[in-house]
Design a protein around this ligand. Sequence first.
Ligand SMILES: *Cc1c(COP(=O)(O)O)cnc(C)c1O
Length: 397
Amino acid sequence: MSTPALMPVYPRCGVRPVRGEGCYLIGEQGERYLDFAAGIAVNALGHGHPKLVQAIADQAATLMHVSNLYGSPQGEHLAQRIVDSSFADTVFFTNSGTEAVECAIKTARRYHYANGNPQRTTLITFNNAFHGRTMGAISATNQPKMRDGFEPLLPGFKYAPFNDLDAALALIDDTTAGFMVETIQGEGGVSAGTQAFIQGLRKACDEHGLLLVLDEVQCGYGRTGKMWAYEHYGITPDILSSAKGIGAGFPLGACLATAEAAKGMVFGTHGSTYGGNPLAMAAGEAVLDVMLEPGFFDHVTAMGDRLRASIEQMIPNHDHLFDSIRGMGLMLGIKLKDAAVARDFVGHLRDHHGLLTVAAGENVVRVLPPLVIEESHIAEFVQKLSDGARDYAVATA
Ligand SMILES: *Cc1c(COP(=O)(O)O)cnc(C)c1O
């Protein structure tokens, strides 16, 4: 048996994109797809956004990479803009979400170490969480499908059911460093933390001297109609991991922290060869330029409301298939009835209707379009979804 040159860790489908145009992907044979997956919440500006493309091209020709041994006017500038747009005082740039999570874990542990509490190493995390694929990140989730065969994992994690505040509080002991939680679970099935849950974790952190680490790799950066998902909860975290939309397709992530939470992260404690290089910073600046234009977040909210209402209206017509709609802004999930399988229905929409969505846990079809969609894309999506629901029903009847 021959092993493919590309390590076969993904069950890749038949879509083989070679070009992108706005909210559409074009495959090898010229076939067109309406892209409501957006690289799993990455392509916030769609494909080929002129400002992002120009910024990357210009910077590539000027200066692509230098070592972090040198001063970084580009990094200082983007970090300051992110600080000005968030709870944070300081930012570490990474190349991916899982590295941002890794930095968050290290920052949390190091805080307690710097405070003279080196025994406070345990982060309480949550069932169905997804934090990425490094050893630290898979240790922070209790899902066997990501952990099996990779033991021994990083010690120092305890798991509670998501949205169960009492269960989380019951796990606090002398070794607790804090909580790490997705404000809105993405891979787990587009489950938003409840107000009482997220606010309760914040309160417990304040009372016990713990850190609240939010993983907003998927739900942050404009996706929910606000810059950060935590803004919906009236709280701020101590540490936050960001990625996906932050580079809108350029590999970029960030770990944000307050000055207090980051106090252990001194010279020599962390690093990255590529992290925050000038090319990545140029991409990040372009994304932020577009997102901070007046009206951008309002547009996301308006499109999200419209998309949600359209899907909601459709549910009674296909109530053998659709159960309910969940999520915020343009991070939406359609929960299917138990008789259907999200992965199959996503495949059906893709193969028969040229519509890209993503399956998630809890039998949910994730709807994650570019944040720059217009009403015409929503109309096209609704048509494809309802056609797909109708002939999927026939096909499975
Ligand atoms: C995607 C994701 C990650 C991992 O990001 P990578 O860039 O794939 O490493 C971490 N946390 C959450 C919430 C995510 O959705």
